[in-house]
Design a binder for this molecule. Structure first.
Ligand SMILES: *Cc1c(COP(=O)(O)O)cnc(C)c1O
Length: 380
């Protein structure tokens, strides 16, 4: 994959090359930083060009509306609202659930805690309370939620108001929360009078990996956000779902945040195509396992992936990312680990080539710890 927009292969040739047997050219970088680096498929571009559109701020855009209704149905929600980004979907939900003087619980390393500039606190007004992963990587238990949700009633104390879950959990390595686990944690929060928001940026990955419909993973959540631009591969777009009253308020909040778009159907059309192809995520998961196995065989300390995220424990994160980049493999960093992600524009031949290239780096050559604070490649 070329880095420069101008010299990218056309989407058609890129897609055709996916299944081809030929090797990846040596000078073509393999971009495993994130599943957000995919470019729209020819089918998406065609749907975008032909989309039926209208002004979504004045009336409603019919294609965005179709997308919203479809996602609401998939998530088992009454209604849904398209947003340009997952960050906006989350802040809209948090603004609707929280006010000043309240706190919210979220598993440590959650996107809403660490990667949204603290907007949960300064924009939604809720004080974050991170919970340890006592239920396994990326997961909290119902008993921990019950303990943390106690409102002591003292006038100077924060009032716990919300539990914010994340499935799959990005910084824990794309870890899955199963339906029973999710339902029991959500029920504990509700019993303690907390609202429940589910950050499901990669809920599709969890659903495909488990072989369950996405709606099986949203039980007990008041609001759910999902991304179309991660593994599903749409160029732009997220959706936040909930009750009809929530979505009515969410539309006002989206406008307030500057997220009311006009003929957004040109973007929504790609989202609809992306949803048609959700089952394809199983390929990403299988390739992540291949990648992890190959790395382990080459001596790297690898977390076994549950979905499309492979985390490596390395002594020198900055140095290792630089060494990978020199070898032609682009990696990211999250929670002190090196992160590699499989995605739609990565085929088996890319994983094979990436393993060969990383094999030349070798785990021992990057073992020196320390170095100055790093400017890590961004992750999403
Ligand atoms: C990517 C991501 C988001 C939101 O991402 P945007 O880049 O704003 O679309 C939210 N939550 C999680 C867990 C994510 O990985």
């Amino acid at each position: 994959m070329n880095e420069t927009e101008g010299v990218r292969p056309t989407p058609r040739s890129r897609r055709a090359s996916r299944s081809a047997r030929e090797a990846v050219p040596d000078d073509e970088p393999i971009d495993l930083r994130s599943d957000t680096v995919t470019v729209p498929t020819p089918e998406m571009r065609k749907a975008m060009a032909g989309a039926e559109v209208a002004d979504d701020v004045l009336d409603r855009d019919p294609t965005l509306r179709a997308l919203e209704e479809r996602v609401a149905g998939l998530l088992g929600a009454a209604d849904a609202l398209w947003t340009p980004t997952g960050t906006m979907a989350n802040i809209i939900a948090l603004m609707s659930h929280l006010s000043r003087g309240q706190s919210f619980l979220a598993p440590q390393g959650a996107h809403v805690l660490d990667f949204e500039l603290g907007t949960a606190a300064w924009l939604a007004g809720g004080m974050p309370r991170p919970l340890p992963h006592d239920g396994g990587p990326g997961k909290v238990t119902a008993s921990a939620v019950r303990r943390a949700a106690v409102d002591d009633g003292f006038y100077a104390s924060l009032r716990p108001a919300l539990l914010c879950l994340e499935n799959t959990h990005n910084s824990a390595g794309g870890t899955i929360t199963a339906p029973e686990e999710h339902a029991s944690v959500a029920a504990a929060a509700r019993a303690a009078r907390l609202a429940v928001h589910l950050d499901g940026a990669r809920l599709w990955n969890a659903a495909v990996a488990l072989g369950v419909p996405p709606g099986a993973l949203t039980v007990g959540a008041d609001t759910v956000s999902v991304c179309l631009s991660k593994g599903l591969g749409a160029p732009v777009g997220s959706v936040v779902a909930g009750s009809a009253e929530f979505v009515e308020q969410a539309r006002r909040l989206r406008k307030m945040l500057g997220g009311g778009v006009r003929q957004g159907g040109v973007l929504g059309a790609a989202g609809l195509v992306a949803l048609d192809q959700a089952d394809r995520l199983a390929e990403d998961h299988a390739l992540a396992t291949t990648l992890a196995t190959g790395l382990r065989e080459r001596g790297w300390r690898v977390r076994e992936p549950q979905t499309n995220i492979v985390l490596l424990d390395v002594a020198d994160l900055r140095g290792t990312i630089a060494a990978f980049a020199d070898a032609g493999v682009r990696a990211g960093a999250i929670a002190g680990k090196l992160r590699l992600m499989t995605h739609r524009d990565v085929a088996e031949k890319h994983v094979t080539a990436a393993l060969n290239r990383i094999g030349e780096v070798g785990p021992s050559s990057t073992g020196s710890p320390g170095g100055p604070p790093a400017q890590f490649p961004r992750v999403g």
